[in-house]
Design a protein around this ligand. Structure first.
Ligand code: SAH
Ligand code: SF4
Length: 358
């Protein structure tokens, strides 16, 4: 028994030494860690200050922390960041490809808006949700991103662009609610006043609609925005393009969203990709209006970014405008997303997929 226990502990320590990146730790995690090694809890704030305010990149820079504590930190953590290996610049949109420690690739997209800089972060390598129109789904999930792999997307881009990111959307590669624990830690770090300090109202989680996770998310009581990738006004059309629709009906999805609205008092956005001949008819617009009537909902019509691998076509501009008009007439808040970044392949998973072909 003893030897098994010893072995387990030994392996745990070895693994921790190799693997535990300090950017994985929320402030609370660090406070608990310091208490567990007999140090004062406030060292958690000091470490956050070095990492996120002063942007230190080695433990040696933590000059207000005692030498023996630094030695212990070095034993227990690493402080590495992934590498940016490719950048594409467009007008007001910049796309970054990251090489992770195991050679996997992910991407982040920076958008310069009038109101600030918004970063679209990836949450997984690939995605298992298998939406028919999406490159990330085509590439399947290879693994979840660790917390540090999300946090450092922000740090690295702020560093190389010399800017401050004011808004974060979890809309890159992956389904955030399929990596729930890590994205919640990520949100905690970036929202923390001692951390990156991005206001909760400037953070948006986008989901294809994993209902139990939406319910769990409501209970977190964070003032974070939720975006639902709806893409269809009924289950019949939705199940043709989104596999998740076979697991959770639109009714179940909307019930969970209504509960979220009640608890959070935040707005919910419904994203709707305009796919030619699939979901873009006037009848669809009417049905969608009826579905969302009375909810504090915003609909975001998204011009589809065509990809070379997937046969769907983008709806014509006039079809999109007709669809928009029907929603407007029915008093649904609606916007058409500016065609951001098609020149840099900015839709979900496209840069990574191109890179893999080269
Ligand atoms: N998995 C989550 C978040 C990442 S996908 C979700 O589905 O919500 C982010 C958004 O990009 C989704 O609304 C998705 O439908 C959209 N998207 C995927 N491929 C696209 C494409 N080729 N053109 C435009 N939007 C796309
Ligand atoms: Fe996954 Fe979102 Fe792409 Fe669907 S749209 S496959 S959920 S990343």
């Amino acid at each position: 028994m003893t030897s098994v226990f010893f072995c387990h502990n030994f392996c745990y320590n070895v693994l921790r030494r190799v693997d535990m990146n300090i950017y994985n730790m929320t402030r609370e995690d660090l406070e608990k860690y310091f208490e567990s090694i007999g140090e004062k809890k406030f060292k958690g704030i000091q470490v956050f200050d070095w990492l996120y305010k002063k942007r230190a990149s080695s433990f040696e820079e933590f000059t207000n922390i005692k030498k023996d504590v630094i030695t212990k930190l070095k034993e227990d953590f690493v402080i590495n960041k992934p590498r940016i290996i490719k950048v594409q610049h467009g007008k007001d949109v910049h796309k970054y490809l990251f090489d992770l420690k195991d050679g996997e690739k992910i991407e982040a997209v920076l958008m310069n808006h009038d109101y600030g800089n918004s970063l679209c972060v990836s949450t997984q390598v690939g995605c298992n949700m298998g939406c028919a129109f999406c490159e990330s789904g085509r590439l399947k999930k290879r693994r979840n991103l660790e917390v540090y792999e999300m946090v450092t997307q922000i740090l690295l881009i702020e560093e190389i662009q010399n800017i401050r990111i004011s808004h974060v959307v979890l809309m890159g590669i992956g389904e955030p609610f399929d990596n729930y624990e890590n994205i919640m830690k990520f949100i905690s770090i970036i929202n923390d006043d001692y951390g990156i300090m991005i206001g909760a109202r400037h953070i948006t989680v986008s989901t294809s609609g994993i209902v139990p996770k939406i319910i769990e998310f409501s209970k977190e009581k964070r003032q974070v925005n939720l975006a639902i990738s709806l893409h269809a006004p009924n289950d019949e059309i939705r199940s043709k393009i989104m596999k998740i629709s076979k697991v959770y009906s639109i009714k179940e999805l909307l019930d969970a969203v209504k509960d979220y609205l009640k608890v959070s008092n935040r707005k919910v956005t419904f994203d709707y990709i305009m796919l030619k001949g699939i979901n873009d008819s006037k009848e669809c617009a009417l049905e969608l209006s009826k579905l969302l009537k009375g909810m504090n909902a915003y609909v975001n019509l998204i011009p589809y970014n065509e990809t070379s691998h997937i046969e769907f076509e983008a709806s014509d501009k006039i079809t999109i405008m007709n669809f928009y008009d029907v929603l407007k007439k029915n008093k649904i808040n609606v916007t058409v997303r500016r065609e951001f970044g098609s020149e840099v392949d900015a839709a979900c998973g496209q840069l990574r997929s191109k890179y893999e072909e080269e």
